[in-house]
Design a protein around this ligand. Structure first.
Ligand code: EPZ
Length: 429
């Protein structure tokens, strides 16, 4: 397996291009199942998870084509066209779903279009148990009959889904996306109560509108979806990846650097921006995107993860790396996932002082970290170790880099371009 080697102590300076959002691209790709017309996505990031989902959609009968870089639009990412002229299979097999939990997002579109779907239960994952009960409840509220058999979710609606009201007891990004995907292809008006408001959910709404659905309340917790049995094709630009941008913002802060995140949305990152300002960084919206100037040494500032627009759980690990070298202590509380502190023992190997109690980590800032060989079992935990390595004295070797490749496009190239001493060691074939 490849490894990434970082030599810390360099101040990062320059401009980093922000890719299209992975967590927007995945549900957008699944929306292609709802139409027999082509859906073209621009600014598609080059990532492992995208390839995994493209493989699953191909198995279901979707023709997936890449057009290389968009010549006219100035989009750095690739252009992907998905055409689901005919659904060849309504089963998402275990071997494909287990690789990536987001595969469960094919369930809603398949049952809406074909009246039946069979999707393997994703099972546990590194950051917690992560059930799919809310996805199932959303489809049941639209009249689907759902059973669990042999590790598979079977959803059936032989006479089609019926518009209805879906009330979520807690905010779930994925279940809101399942509800939207199913409702958009169902005649009548479906109301979604306590919907997730994440920018990626808003992006899915925009694509579904372009395909012919009518959606009110986009960006709020109360969505009203007027679906249509036959949706059309569309051409859609994927939103910039706020988590990638936020990761680079923290890279600027942790190295006392000065980075402009080209294409980043200041609005989507408002909570991180206010938190970084409290630590002593300067964060300003500029014409190109967002500029972040790190302080000589950050101050400890508490955070608690929450659904959007709160502090994102997907930036918790990276922010913890920053707090490891802060002046003073900080309390980091994770409220979304029950097991998202896998980075803690690894950061401790680099000299961090962290005590975890339940969902809260108390981080006592130290004057400096020291490089070490480290490894993590989740995407954001892995990148937090790269960030810690940027600030550490000496060499940090981050193992199991495939986690990073699932969610960060050309991470080491982007960091090296702004002054980091970072290389990838490829495993000999
Ligand atoms: C999405 O996961 C993201 N993934 C995650 O990003 C992100 O951490 C998460 O949202 C929260 O922002 C994608 O968009 C592909 P949830 P998702 O449903 O949709 C519970 C990354 O690093 N829940 O909003 O799976 C669940 O256990 C990844 O890029 C149920 O109880 O998250 C969690 O506690 C990791 N029942 C909470 O809801 C359900 O049916 C929120 O999860 C569904 C979820």
């Amino acid at each position: 397996m490849d490894r990434i080697i970082v030599r810390g102590g360099r101040r990062l300076e320059g401009t980093v291009p922000v890719a299209g959002a992975k967590n927007a691209a995945l549900p957008l790709m699944c929306a292609s199942l709802l139409s027999d017309r082509p859906v073209t996505l621009r600014n598609v990031p080059h990532l492992g998870d995208i390839a995994t989902l493209a493989g699953l959609l191909g198995h279901l009968g979707v023709a997936v084509g890449f057009d290389g870089h968009d010549p006219g639009g100035g989009h750095a990412g690739r252009v992907m066209t998905l055409t689901a002229g005919r659904i060849a299979d309504t089963t998402a097999p275990y071997d494909m779903v287990r690789k990536m939990r987001a595969s469960v997002l094919v369930l809603g579109p398949l049952v809406a279009r074909c009246g039946a779907a069979k999707v393997s239960l994703p099972g546990g994952c590194a950051i917690g148990t992560r059930p799919v009960d809310l996805h199932v409840k959303a489809l049941q509220a639209l009249g689907a009959e759902v059973t669990l058999e042999g590790g598979y979710i079977h959803a059936r609606a032989p006479a089609g889904l019926r518009a209805g009201e879906i009330v979520f007891p807690l905010v779930s990004v994925g279940a809101t996306e399942t509800a939207l995907l199913a409702a958009a292809a169902t005649e009548g008006t479906t109301r979604i109560v306590n919907a997730a408001r994440e920018p990626e959910v808003q992006d899915l709404c925009r694509l579904l509108v372009a395909m012919g659905a009518r959606i009110e309340g986009i960006g709020t917790a109360a969505l009203s979806v007027e679906g249509r049995a036959a949706l059309g094709g569309a051409v859609h630009d994927i939103v910039p990846d706020r988590i990638e941008a936020g990761t680079f913002a923290i890279a600027a802060a942790i190295t006392g650097g000065d980075l402009t995140l080209a294409g980043a949305s200041a609005d989507d990152l408002r909570t991180l921006a206010s938190t970084l300002k409290a630590t002593g960084a300067t964060v300003e919206a500029v014409a190109a995107g967002l500029r972040v100037v790190g302080p000589a040494r950050p101050r400890g500032v508490d955070v608690m993860t929450e659904p959007f627009p709160g502090f994102p759980t997907d930036l918790q690990a990276q922010y913890m790396a920053l707090m490891c070298v802060a002046e003073g202590a900080s309390m980091i509380t994770e409220t979304i996932f029950e097991n998202r502190f896998m980075h803690v023992p690894e950061l401790a190997r680099m000299g961090a002082r962290i005590t975890v109690h339940g969902g809260t980590a108390l981080v006592r800032g130290v004057a400096g970290l020291r490089g070490a060989p480290v490894m993590a079992t989740d995407l954001r935990a892995s990148v937090s170790l790269v960030l810690a390595g940027l600030a550490a004295e000496g060499e940090t070797v981050v193992n199991r880099v495939y986690h990073l490749d699932r969610g960060y496009e050309h991470l080491e190239a982007k960091l090296a371009a702004v002054g980091a001493e970072i290389v990838r060691m490829r495993e000999a074939a």
